[in-house]
Design a protein around this ligand. Sequence first.
Ligand SMILES: [Zn+2]
Length: 515
Amino acid sequence: MSEIVIKEQKAAEGKERSSSEESAVPNFSVFWHPACDKHEVPHHPEQPDRVNYMMDALKLEFHDFEGDIFREAPRGKDEHIVLFHTQAHLDDFNKKCTRASAYYKKTKKVNYQPYDSDTAVMWATGEAAYRACGAMTASIDALFLDPTDPGAIDTAYCCTRPPGHHAERGKAQGFCFLNNAAIGAKYAQATYGESHGIRRVAVLDFDVHHGNGTEEGFMHDESCFYGSTHEKDNYPGTGKDKSPFVGEMAKSEVDRRIVNRYLNGGDGCLKNPNKSSRAEFRQKWPEIVSEMQRFRPDFVIFSSGFDAHSSDPLGNCWLEDEDFHWATTVVLEALTEMDKEEGRTVDATDRAKRCRKAVGVLEGGYDLEAISSSAVQHVRALLKLPCTSETPAEAAPLQIDIAGLTRRKEEKEKEKEKEEEEEEEEETDDENLTSFEKSERLERELAERTGSLIENVEGTDDALAAVIESLSLSMSPTPTQVVPHRAESTEKNEKEDLLAATSTAELSDENVLCP
Ligand SMILES: [Zn+2]
C-alpha cells in the first residue's frame, strides 16, 4: 500500500496534529473542476459557491498532504453515462444544453431550458454535469490502479456539482441532471468487474432528501444496494421507511437491498422539541449499514449530501459536522470487518482479494459554511483520521417546557379573543362618537402603533385612518416566496432566528413557530 507522510511544515505553522495523525494515512485525492462553478440559476440554493467554499476548506485542511491531492476531473463520457441513464435522457439533456449554449453564444444572454420548477439547463450546465460525472469515473480509475502506480489512491472525494441523486435513468429533477453516484456504481462494475471483482456496489446516502433517482435505477438491479436516511415529508416524498418489516422480517428481498429510514424533521419547538433526528440518525444509520454488510458490496459510494446539517436552509434535521464523520466511519468499519472475515488484504496479488474501497460524491447541502466543515470531517473519516469537530454544548437539544408553552399559547388566544370583542364593541360605539372623539381615538391608535405621540397630524379623519392602515400594512410580515424544492426553508430560517433569539431555558410565545 502506498503511503503519504504529513509534512513537518504543519507543525512549523503551529497547526499541530495528534500523534495518531502523524502516522501514515491513506493516499487520496479530491476530484473537482472549475466548470462546476459555472452552472448557475439566479437565486437558486444550488449555487456555484457551494463547491468554491468546500474546495477552500478542503485545501486549507489538506494542503500539506503529499501527492496529487487536488485533481481536475476529465470530461465524462457518454458511453459511461448510459451505463445508468437511458440514451433518450442523455439525448434530451444534450439537446437542452446545445440550445442554451447556442443562444448564449449568439446573444450573450442566458437562456434557461427547464425540466421542472427548480431544475433548468443554462449555457454552462452541460460542461459542469459532464465534469461531475468525469470526476466520479476518474476517481474510480485511480482507486483501482495498481498500488505501486504513483497515481493510485486509497479513497477519494468528488467535490462537484450539479448533484445527481434525484436524477432517474430517464428523468432530470430536483437540481439533478446526471446521477453521478449511480453512474459510478455501474461504471465500477462494467470496468472493474472482471479485473478486480467489483460486482456488487452499494450507494449510501445521508443527504436529507431521498435519492429517488438512485433508488429507481437500482430497484430491479440485484447487483446494487441503496441505503438512505432522509427527512420524512421533505422533497421528493419517496423512500418510505418500511421498518419494522426489514431485516429478517422483510416482506421482500428488495426491502433488504433498498433500505430507507426516516428522520423526523422539526423546528426544535412544539413540532419536534427534542430535535430527534440526530438521535434517530445514530440509531437508524447502523441498521442500513447492517443490511449493507449482509449484501456484501465490493465497492461503496457515499452520496454525501450535507443538508441534514442543523444549519441547512432546506432541511429540518439536526446533524452536526461530527455526525458525517461518524456515519462514514461506521461504514468503513463494516467494510474492514468484511475484509477481515474474507481474508482480503491491501495489496493481494489477486485483485479481487484486495480490501474494499469507498469514494464520496457531493449531493445536497446549502449552508456554505456547514457543507465546508462537514465535507472536511467526511474526508477525514474517509482517511481514517479522527474527527476534529465537536458541537458546542449550547447547540445541544433544547429542553423546552411544553406544558408551559401550551398554557401560554392558550392564554394568548384568550387575550386575543378578548381584544377582538373589545374592538367589536368599539366599532359599535364608533357610530355614537362625535367627530372630535373619532379624531382623538385615531390619533391614540396611531401613537400606539408608532410608539410615540404624533402631534400636529393634519388632515381629515379618513386621511388619518389611511395613515394608520398603511402603518399597519408595513408592520405585517412580508409574504414568503415559496419554491417547491425549498418549501421547508422558511420554517428552517425561522428556526435559526428562534435559536438565536432564545436561551435554552425559556421561549416566549412570540417565538413559537408551530401552529
Ligand atoms: Zn438534498
